[in-house]
Ligand binder design. Sequence first.
Ligand code: PMP
Length: 407
Amino acid sequence: MNPAEIENIRSQFPILAEKIYNKPLIYFDNAATTQKPQAVLDKINYGYKHLNANIHRGVHYLSQQATEAHEAARKFIAEYINASSSDEIIFTRGTTEAINLVAFSLGECTCQEGDEIVISAMEHHSNIVPWQMLCERKGLKLHIIPINEKGELLLDEYEKLLTERTKLVAVTHVSNVFGTVNPVKEIIATAHVKNIPVLIDGAQALPHLKIDVQDLDADFYVFSGHKVYAPTGIGVFYGKRAWLEKLPPYQGGGEMIQNVSFEKTTYNELPFKFEAGTPDYIGSTALAEALKYVQNIGIEKIADYEHELTEYATKRLLEIDGMRIIGTADHKSSVISFLVGEIHPYDIGMLLDKLGIAVRTGHHCAQPLIDQLGIPGTVRASFAFYNTKEEIDTFIEALKKVVAMLS
Ligand code: PMP
C-alpha cells in the first residue's frame, strides 16, 4: 500500500486522530482489539436510529427489516469464510463463547470418562480453560502439543498424541504471543486420518489471512468481531452442518426452540438452535460491514503490507542492545513479542504509554506458555493495516529512550 492509501485509510478511523498525554496516539495493541472505521460506527448508529426492533417472528415492518439485515449479515459472513451454507454460521459473543459452546455441546455428545482432548502449548486461556472444565466435568485428559524454541508446533509430537480416545483437537490458527501462523490445514488433515474433529481458534487469523473453512476442512472455526474492526460482543462459531446437527444446544431460552410445553421442548433448526436469547442483531450487521471494509481493501494486500511493517519493526528492534524477540517462526503474522535485557515488560509498557504508544505487556492470557518460557511476560507490539513505518520509527526512538532510562 502506498502512503496516500494509508493516509486515506487512517482518516477513516476517527480514534487514530486522538492525542494521548498530548502526543499523537500510536496504537500497536491490535492483537488485543482493533479500532473501528467510520463505516462500522455509522452502521451501528444507523441500526439503532432506523432499524431497531427485536428480530424473528415480528410481524411489523421494523422487525422484518432488522431480521433481514441480520440474516443478510450471516449470509455475507458465510460467503466471506466460504462456509457451504449460512446455517453453519452461529453468532456468539466472541471466540471465548464459541469455544465454551463446543466444549459443552461436544462434551455432552461424544465424550466419556477417559477420553482425550488435544490442544497446543501456545493456546490462549480461552482455548485451555473450557477444555479443563470439560475434563473436570467428565473425567477427560488434556494433552498438549509441544513447541520448539522458535515458537512452532512440533508436528511429529502432535501426531503421536492422537489416539482412538482423542475426541477433539483444538488449536490456534495464529498465536497471540508469538505471531506464529500454524499449519492448520496439515493439522486438520492429520486428525482427520483418525476421524478426529478439529476446532481452529481463528481470533488472531481472520484479521490477517484469507480464511476458507472448506479448503481447511475445519470442523469448527471460531473468531471475534472486535479483532477484525467490528464491535465487541459479537463473534462467530462456524461448524460443519453434520456436526451442528449432531451436537445438543448449549444454552436454552427464546429463539432456540421450535415448540415448548412443560412436558417436552423441541429445538429450532440451524442456526437458531445455538442462539438462545435476543441476538446482537446490530453487532452482526456491523461485523459484516467490517468484513466488507477489509474485503474492499483486499486481504492479500493487507497481509503484504502488515508483513512489510513486521519485517521493518523486527529489523529496527534488533538495533537495541539486549533485544530478545520471543517467537521467531518462519511463518509469522503481525505480532512481535520482545524483552530487553532484564527489564520488566511492565516498566517498558508504562513508559511507552506516557509517550502515547499503546503496546501490551504481560502474559497475554497464555500463562502456561509464558511459564514454560521462564519469562515474566513480554512486551507485545501488534500491527494493523492503518499503522505506518513512521509510527514504528517513533516507537523505536521512544523505546531506546525508555531502555536507557531503565537500564
Ligand atoms: N484466542 C486468541 C488466540 C486470542 O488472541 C484471543 C483474544 N486475545 C481469544 C482467543 C479470546 O478472544 P475473545 O476475548 O474476543 O473471546
